[in-house]
Design a protein around this ligand. Sequence first.
Ligand SMILES: [Zn+2]
Length: 123
Amino acid sequence: MRNRHHGACYRCGKHCKPGEGHFERHKGKWRHQHAACAVKYRHTNVHFQTNPIDTSQGFHLLGLYFEILKQHETAKEAIEELLNTDSNVLMVGINNHHTLPVEVFIERYGTEEDFVSWKRISK
Ligand SMILES: [Zn+2]
């Protein structure tokens, strides 16, 4: 439903004025998101605190020796590549800030379908 009160958008972390977004129930709590953010981050688990988007440095697919195999601007692109190409990617570096094993990356940043697909191909 449209938000009638001020709040912080859980996607981008910025202020969401009344009428600018949605107000929704999530795990027993209420949260806000901008209408634009809802469209932009649909089918992702982007959250400004836990899974932030920062396209300044992006997502690096890392090999066995932490060498950069490929860089993507968005998690979605990175996941698409991981799911669709045979590669030697072991870890994903996020904004040069931290790295996650591929499985954890997909679980956190992808949709449930992405994760199921990953489980299927990684066996
Ligand atoms: Zn937002």
